[in-house]
Design a protein around this ligand. Structure first.
Ligand code: RB5
Length: 144
């Protein structure tokens, strides 16, 4: 199950992500927001996605705000969360393989829907490499 959260700046791009998940039959839990015109606070939606992952209800998350920056900063304040802000497929693949990222962040005002869907597809279909050196580095992040 994939947890989804966005603010008004990420709402339109999230609709493209949802259409992709529906097409692919990938289960998700949409935690808002509700539309692209009411101004909301991205930390509220980042936190909802984090809670869904840390509770075990969802295995990964996708978060979107205008830049992807504010919502990824929010998510990364929680232990056990590794949110990667990606605007390209190479980074989406590498962050799964190397960082075992559990949240993908994108900027709704940064990437278009076609690229965003490819980034999501790459992120969701790339496994963590499991290499010892990457595990060691991730455990050092957890120790911070
Ligand atoms: C909202 O206007 C905007 O600040 C937000 O979506 C995001 O870009 C913050 O990092």
């Amino acid at each position: 199950m994939i947890a989804l959260g966005c603010d008004h700046g990420g709402y339109d791009l999230m609709q493209a992500v949802i259409a992709y998940l529906d097409r692919e039959g990938i289960a998700y839990k949409n935690l808002g927001c509700e539309n692209n015109h009411d101004s909301v606070d991205y930390p509220d939606y980042g936190r909802k996605v984090v809670k869904a992952i840390l509770s075990g209800e969802c295995e990964k998350g996708i978060v979107i705000c205008g830049t992807g920056i504010g919502i990824s900063i929010t998510c990364n304040r929680y232990k056990g969360i590794r949110a990667a802000l990606c605007s390209d497929c190479f980074s989406a693949e590498a962050t799964r393989e190397h960082n075992d990222a559990n949240i993908l962040a994108m900027g709704g005002r940064v990437v278009g829907p076609g690229l965003a869907v490819k980034i999501v597809d790459t992120f969701l279909h790339t496994e963590f490499s499991g290499d010892e050196r990457h595990k060691r580095r991730i455990s050092k992040i957890e120790d911070c």
